[in-house]
Write a protein that binds this ligand. Structure first.
Ligand SMILES: [Zn+2]
Length: 140
C-alpha cells in the first residue's frame, strides 16, 4: 500500500502536463514500513527521460540519475519508495516495457495525460511476474 501527500500528486500532474506529449518520470522518496508493507511518499524528484526516440511512450532513467537521487535521499534520511511516470494519451496501466524494468517492493505511479491534461492515475506494484494495482491513501 502507498500513502502519498496530496501535493505530490498535484506536482506529478503539473510535470506531466508540462512534459506532454512526452513521458515524464521521477522518483518517490519517503519511508518504508516493512511490518505493515506500506510505503509513504513525502517528496518527488523528477529526472530526465533518457529515451529520446520514443519519449511519447517510453521512459528510461540514467544510472547517474539513480545515484544522484540515492545520494539526495540518503542525505535527507529518506528512501526511494517508488517511481512515477506519465502515459501521454494512454491509460494509467503499465506497459510491457514498464514490466520489464520493474523492481519488487516499489510503488509505480502511472498517470494518464490526455490531450495535455492530467487525468486518472493509479499505483502499481510488482507481484511475481506481473503488476497489481495497490491501494493508495492520500495524506493531506
Ligand atoms: Zn509506462
Amino acid at each position: 500500500m502507498l500513502r502519498i501527500k496530496r501535493e505530490l500528486i498535484e506536482e506529478i500532474a503539473r510535470q506531466g502536463e508540462e512534459g506532454y506529449p512526452y513521458e515524464i518520470c521521477g522518483f518517490l522518496l519517503g519511508n518504508i514500513d516493512y511490518v505493515n508493507d506500506t510505503r509513504e511518499a513525502l517528496e518527488v524528484f523528477q529526472v530526465e527521460n533518457q529515451n529520446k526516440e520514443r519519449a511519447n511512450d517510453r521512459f528510461e532513467i540514467a544510472p547517474q540519475d539513480y545515484m544522484r537521487v540515492e545520494n539526495y535521499a540518503d542525505g535527507k534520511g529518506l528512501a526511494i519508495v517508488g517511481i512515477y511516470h506519465t502515459h501521454p494519451d494512454h491509460p494509467d496501466r503499465p506497459s510491457q516495457t514498464d514490466l520489464m524494468f520493474a523492481q519488487p517492493d516499489m510503488s509505480y505511479i502511472i498517470m494518464s495525460v490526455n490531450e495535455g491534461k492530467a487525468g486518472n492515475w493509479r499505483s502499481w506494484e510488482l507481484k511475481d511476474d506481473h503488476f497489481e494495482e495497490e491501494s493508495v491513501q492520500i495524506i493531506d
